[in-house]
Ligand binder design. Structure first.
Ligand code: SF4
Length: 174
């Protein structure tokens, strides 16, 4: 596997819905969760989308550095491409930007996976916020910030790794 290549569904350079502030959002291709009512079914096929080099994405981030508050990696399922994303996350950190991660896995599942995969561990360590869990259309709520259903949580990753349990973000630091 080439760890400098990501399979993507798309990018957006000035999103205001994928986390606090103005964000450069990167949407990965491939998702195994099959949530009924998913708004992005075109991202499910792991062979769909297009390939992008992490270095080219880092250059895009640097180009837009002054106009954004942070970077978001959403999907699709980001944590199914952990090695390339961990490399990209390191580049985000070098730019002193915050990183918001989305996943259809819940935090507790990712924490368990992180003990077996150092790249998942790295992503959790470098990330600022995690929007976790699958979209559940029976819990859909249009008033939630940055997420679509009530089961999904906005998790403070540093506090959660310190306590080894999910700690929801209170809005501090923003
Ligand atoms: S995790 Fe996200 S992209 Fe994947 S099926 Fe669920 S809502 Fe769609």
């Amino acid at each position: 596997m080439n760890y400098t290549v990501l399979r993507l569904a798309g990018m957006y350079t000035d999103s205001i819905v994928d986390g606090p502030g103005v964000r450069l959002s990167i949407y990965v291709q491939g998702c195994p969760h099959c949530c009924p009512g998913c708004h992005n079914p075109e991202t499910h096929d792991p062979l769909g989308g297009f390939e992008a080099e992490t270095e080219d994405l880092a250059a895009l981030i640097r180009k837009h550095r002054e106009g954004i508050d942070g970077v978001t990696i959403s999907g699709g399922e980001p944590f199914d491409q952990p090695a390339s994303l961990a490399a990209l996350a390191g580049m985000v950190l070098e730019e002193e930007l915050n990183l918001v991660l989305y996943s259809g896995y819940i935090f507790e599942e990712l924490l368990a996976k992180s003990s077996l995969d150092q790249n998942i561990r790295r992503l959790l360590e470098v990330g600022w916020l995690l929007v976790d869990g699958p979209y559940r259309q029976e819990e859909r709520d249009l008033n939630l910030a940055y997420r679509g259903s009530k089961n999904q949580r906005l998790i403070d990753l540093k506090a959660s790794l310190d306590r080894l349990e999910a700690v929801e973000w209170t809005g501090n630091g923003w």
